[in-house]
Design a protein around this ligand. Structure first.
Ligand code: ADP
Ligand code: MG
Length: 493
């Protein structure tokens, strides 16, 4: 299938060609004809599947170009407002349209001026509602799009969105796009869409064959060391490290930077300017982005080589979502998850959802990483182009030393590249992993029982017959260092 089959305006066909799009993605193939036909649509597809063009192209095709704001797209974050506005402008530029990105933290008067000139407004819910409530804008868009609806739900925008729709004309066409479809989004869709078509791009269609997925099993206290070792071994050109919490993002970023890695953190508590700067750096040349799911949602970076899950996400949809950031645009991607024995049941759930492609691996030892680095260094030396100045330099050295001494000295200067931090062995080997796996598979009832008594860190103590009583005594709330586990405390008794 090609874009020409949609019979879009010439100006759009030209923009599609300029953008280098060869064929429509699955969500585009399904959504574009339905939107063109004027129907409301609920579209579910993972990040990076081309949802912006799926609604942007058919809407642009239908614009009357009457000088009014004809379409409004509501997105969760300022970054996305800019990104989606840019993308729609790129498609619409041969039609001579302008777009306006509208969000909090920037001046009202300037935004109002931009809105006045725009055919398409891309806005975050809070600021948009402000403008509507204050009667600052009087618009009647024919097309209203909710983009990344689940994210807006997570960010607490549901009520704002409902109120926004009280200001929208009732004879509009409404489109809702979301990566996941929780009940609250389905309910919202029922409320604001009329007889919508549902389009779901299933996981199998999305499951990216280009992504190699592995997991490594470590004790909680080994997590940082494991991350560093894996970074050293895999040597990513561009990696996202996913964390569960903002404080974790900050801590890991600081740790990585202090050890010489080029890393920056991204989360919701940062100033907008700082976030934009980080995203720009990551698109350009920053090696490592440490981020929460929310902050990284919808970001459009095509050449991510590795995704690391510092912690497993809570559900398989988020997992699929996270790893979908790599292996894009026909490139190979690697997804690496660090898992503790206590998280193993979560891992099994995810494995069930994504299939057998997610497999266990052992963390390479210092020796193995060194071997790999040695080889890389040898290759680098082999490939190096020798310049005139260097020949002069070596000739000078030759007056004093023999050639092997010179070579040893030069290689010593390079040794920094061969230094590997941490213990020789980190994490579990294959036979330990399979034991942990069968325990996690067989031990379900018992685990639930222990949990209800409050021993939430009970996994490791499960072999201890008195564990559940002890767990109760401790109330399970003892959050002191997990490094020593329960064993230490038991010994003290
Ligand atoms: P989503 O909103 O689903 O996360 P985007 O609309 O941001 O995805 O698209 C992701 C990337 O893929 C963007 O860089 C976009 O330009 C590109 N893209 C979208 N559709 C196509 C296509 N049909 N062919 C090639 N690239 C595409
Ligand atoms: Mg999007």
């Amino acid at each position: 299938m090609t874009f020409t089959e949609f019979n879009l305006r010439n100006e759009l066909a030209k923009a599609i060609e300029t953008a280098g799009f060869k064929e429509p993605s699955p969500i585009q193939e399904q959504a574009i004809p339905i939107v063109l036909a004027g129907k409301d649509v609920v579209g579910q597809a993972q990040t990076g599947t081309g949802k912006t063009a799926a609604f942007g192209l058919p809407i642009l095709n239908k614009l009357e170009l009457d000088g009014s704001v004809e379409a409004v797209v509501i997105v969760p974050t300022r970054e996305l407002a800019n990104q989606v506005s840019d993308e729609i402008f790129r498609f619409g530029k041969f039609l001579g349209i302008t777009t306006a990105a509208v969000y909090g933290g920037s001046s009202y008067s300037r935004q109002l001026k931009h809105i006045e000139k725009a055919s398409v407004v891309v806005a975050t819910p809070g600021r948009f509602l402000d403008l509507l409530r204050g009667g600052k804008i009087d618009i009647a868009p024919k097309y209203v799009v909710l983009d990344e609806a689940d994210e807006m739900l997570d960010m607490g925008f549901l009520d704002d969105i409902k109120e926004i729709f009280t200001f929208m004309p009732s004879d509009r066409q409404t489109l809702l796009f979301s990566a996941t479809m929780p009940q609250a989004i389905k309910d919202l869709a029922k409320r604001i869409l009329i007889d919508p078509e549902f389009i779901t791009i299933t996981k199998n269609e999305m499951a990216n064959a280009n992504i190699t997925q592995s997991f490594y099993v470590v004790e909680e206290y080994e997590r940082d060391e494991a991350l560093i070792r894996l970074l050293d071994f895999k040597n990513p050109s561009k990696a996202i490290i996913f964390c569960r919490m903002k404080v974790e993002v900050d801590r890991i970023t600081t740790m990585l930077v202090s050890q010489g890695y080029a890393a920056k953190g991204l989360h919701g508590d940062m100033e907008q300017r700082q976030r934009e700067e980080t995203i720009r750096a990551f698109k350009r040349n920053l090696e490592i982005l440490v981020a929460t799911d929310v902050a990284a949602r919808g970001l459009d970076v095509n050449d991510v080589s590795h995704v690391f899950n510092y912690h497993l996400p809570f559900d398989s949809e988020s997992y699929v979502h996270r790893i979908g950031r790599t292996g894009r645009a026909g490139k190979e991607g690697l997804a690496v998850s660090i898992v503790t024995p206590a998280e193993f049941r979560g891992l099994l759930k995810i494995q069930k959802a994504v299939g057998s492609k997610l497999t266990a691996k052992e963390i390479p030892s210092v020796h193995e990483v060194k071997g790999k680095k040695n080889n890389e260094l040898l290759e680098k030396i082999e490939k190096a182009d020798v310049s005139e100045t260097v020949i002069e330099l070596v000739d000078k050295l030759k007056e004093e030393y023999d050639l092997s001494t010179i070579a040893y000295k030069l290689a010593t200067l390079l040794e920094d590249e061969l230094k590997i931090a941490g213990n020789e062995k980190i994490g579990k080997n294959m036979s330990e992993i399979s034991k942990i796996e069968s325990r996690a598979k067989n031990d379900r009832g018992g685990d639930r029982g222990r949990r209800s008594r409050g021993g939430y860190r009970g996994g490791n103590r499960s072999r201890n017959s008195s564990s559940s009583r002890n767990g109760g005594d401790r109330g399970g709330r003892n959050s002191s260092s997990s490094r020593n586990g329960g064993g230490d405390r038991n010994r003290r008794r």
